[in-house]
Design a protein around this ligand. Structure first.
Ligand code: MEV
Length: 403
C-alpha cells in the first residue's frame, strides 16, 4: 500500500474516521470497523480516465473490475448518461371522500404547492434544485380502503436528497389533507428512484476475448447466453445483479453514500415489470463484438451526509474527480457493467473458482496468523498441494515459526 496521492492528501492509515466523528455519526458507538479500500484502474468513461475507489470485503472484485475496464477500453471505453437528480417523495392519503375530486384539487393547486416547497429555500434550492412536479397514483381497493398516493418530484442536485425530500413531504402533508379532505399517514421518500437513473454502455472487441481454448466469437456467444439466462430466470438474475452490485456498492460505500438505498432501488427497478430480471443486457453487435448496457436508479450524492463527514469518503470523491452527483452515478453505472462483465465472462469460460483460489489461500494464511512476509509463500504452498485449508495454513505457519 502506498500513500501515492501527494503532499496534500496522504492516505490515512487508521481508516480515516476519528472516534469523535464515529460517535457523532450514530448512537451507542463502541468502536470503528475497518474495511479494505482499493482502487480499480483502466476506466475510460466518456473519454476521461477515472480511478475508482472501492470499499469491499470480497476478494477478486477490484482486480476483476480493473481487468474488465481494460477490455472495454480497447472498445473505446464506456459511454454513460444520467437523468436529472430527481427524487420522489410519497404522501399516503386515506379516507378521501371523493378521489377524482381530490385529484382535481391537487392538480389545480399544483404550482402553488411546488412554490410553497421552493419558498422554504435551503441549499438545494439555492443551487438550482427544487420541487419540479406533483403526480398522483390511486389504489382503489386495498385492505385499508382506497389509497391516494401523492408523489412530489424534487431535483436535489448534488445531494442524495433524503433529508430535503422528507422535509418537503412533511411540509406539504397538511395542505394535501386540506385539499383532499383525506387523512395523511406516511410522508417519506421512495427508494425506487426511477426518475434518477444512470446508464452505461460499452463494447469489448471479440479479439480481446479469445483464450487458448476458445475463440473470441465463442466467448461472445457464451457471455450473451449468460446474459439471457439472467433476463429470463429470477433465480439467476438475483445472482447476476449481486455481481453488478459488487461493483456499485463498493463505490457507494467508498463515497459515503447509502448503499441500502441504492440496493433497494436497484432491485425494485429490476422487478419493475412484475418479474425480477437482469439490470444489464448483453448482445453481439454487427461486427461480432460484445456490447453491454446497464440502466438502474442511482440516488447518490457528493454533498451532505457521510460524504461530507467521513474523511475517506472525501478522499474517494477526490480520487474520482467527479463534479456532480450525476457524474458519480454515471461512473457507478460503468462500474456495475464492468463488474457484471467480469463475473459472467469468468462463469461462461473458466468458472470463478480458479481465480478465487489464490485469494482464498491468502485469506487462509492470514487467518492462520501468517505475518505479511509469509502470506504469499504459505498461499503458494497450499495451492501447489491442492490443500487450501485453515488447518494446513496453521501447520505451515507453525513450520515457518520453527525455522
Ligand atoms: C460473487 O460475489 C458474484 C457472482 O456470483 C456474480 C454472478 O454470478 O454473476 C460471481
Amino acid at each position: 500500500m502506498q500513500a501515492w496521492l501527494g503532499d496534500d492528501a496522504d492516505l490515512p492509515t487508521d481508516g480515516g474516521l476519528s472516534a469523535e466523528q464515529a460517535d457523532a455519526m450514530i448512537e451507542n458507538v463502541i468502536g470503528r470497523y475497518g474495511l479494505p479500500f482499493g482502487i480499480a484502474t483502466n476506466f475510460l468513461i466518456d473519454g476521461r480516465d477515472h480511478l475508482i475507489p472501492m470499499v469491499i470485503e470480497e476478494p477478486s472484485v477490484v482486480a476483476a473490475c480493473s481487468n474488465a475496464a481494460r477490455l472495454f477500453r480497447a472498445g473505446g471505453g464506456f459511454t454513460t448518461s444520467a437523468d436529472d437528480p430527481v427524487m420522489i417523495g410519497q404522501i399516503q392519503v386515506l379516507d378521501v371522500p371523493d378521489i377524482a375530486r381530490a385529484q382535481s384539487a391537487i392538480t389545480a393547486h399544483r404550482d402553488e404547492l411546488l412554490a410553497e416547497v421552493n419558498a422554504a429555500g435551503g441549499s438545494i434550492v439555492a443551487r438550482g434544485g427544487g420541487a419540479r412536479d406533483i403526480e398522483m397514483r390511486v389504489f382503489p381497493q386495498t385492505a385499508v380502503g382506497a389509497l391516494l398516493v401523492v408523489h412530489l418530484l424534487m431535483d436535489t442536485r448534488d445531494a442524495m436528497g433524503a433529508n430535503a425530500i422528507n422535509t418537503a413531504v412533511e411540509m406539504l402533508a397538511p395542505r394535501i389533507e386540506a385539499l383532499t379532505g383525506g387523512r395523511v399517514n406516511l410522508r417519506i421518500l421512495s427508494n425506487l428512484t426511477d426518475r434518477r437513473k444512470a446508464r452505461a454502455e460499452g463494447v469489448v472487441p471479440a479479439n480481446q476475448l479469445a483464450s487458448a481454448d476458445l475463440s473470441g466469437a465463442d466467448v461472445v456467444r457464451a457471455i450473451v447466453e449468460a446474459g439471457v439466462f439472467a433476463e429470463v430466470d429470477p433465480y439467476r438474475a438475483a445472482t447476476h445483479n449481486k455481481g453488478v452490485m459488487n461493483g456499485i456498492d463498493a463505490v457507494v460505500l467508498a463515497t459515503g453514500n447509502d448503499w441500502r438505498a441504492v440496493a433497494a432501488g436497484a432491485h425494485a427497478y429490476a422487478a419493475r415489470d412484475g418479474a425480477y430480471t437482469s439490470l444489464t443486457r448483453w448482445w453481439a453487435d454487427d461486427d461480432g463484438n460484445l456490447r453491454g448496457s446497464i440502466e438502474l436508479p442511482l440516488a447518490v450524492g457528493i454533498v451532505g451526509g457521510a460524504t461530507r463527514v467521513h474523511p475517506m469518503a472525501q478522499l474517494a470523491l477526490k480520487i474520482l474527480g467527479v463534479d456532480s452527483a450525476s457524474h458519480l452515478a454515471r461512473v457507478m453505472a460503468a462500474v456495475g457493467l464492468a463488474q457484471n462483465f467480469a463475473a459472467i465472462r469468468a462463469l461462461a469460460t473458466d468458472g470463478i473458482q480458479r481465480g478465487h483460489m489464490r485469494l482464498h489461500a491468502r485469506q487462509m494464511a492470514m487467518a492462520a496468523g501468517a505475518g505479511p512476509e509469509q502470506v504469499a509463500q504459505i498461499a503458494q504452498t497450499m495451492i501447489e498441494e491442492g490443500n487450501i485449508r485453515l488447518e494446513r495454513a496453521r501447520a505451515l505457519v507453525a513450520d515457518l515459526q520453527k525455522e
